[in-house]
Ligand binder design. Sequence first.
Ligand SMILES: [Zn+2]
Ligand SMILES: [Zn+2]
Length: 136
Amino acid sequence: MQQTITRSPVTITIRQEPASVRLTGYFYAVDLGSHVRPQYHYVGINAECNCDLGHSCPAVDAVRAYLKEGGKRADRPPFGYYPVRPSTCPICNAKTASDMSLSSPHRGAGWVCPSGTSHYWKHRAHISAQRAGSQP
Ligand SMILES: [Zn+2]
Ligand SMILES: [Zn+2]
């Protein structure tokens, strides 16, 4: 004899694990949960994630929410030091790309813009001049 099983509508709840944010130096380390690949994202103080999504990464939203709730802010890097490349060139405003060969422990992350390396060095010269000028 067959039995009829009446099922009540099943609600599948996809558990949204809250992203956890913690500070690591000049970065926010965001754990988006084990269901997300990659799980760990590093968001810089320029609100850009180190993953391919950049500004539109959900980790950036997680950092915003974290700060809204009174989370501790990442340290401001010293003047002229870039823990992450600026997303746009300070000289021509074009999008930048990382260039590891220009990175250094003193200057931070290296980058190039459509001009090649010339705006990078122009900007560094500008920083040096400002540094020299601000000294008493
Ligand atoms: Zn990301
Ligand atoms: Zn440029």
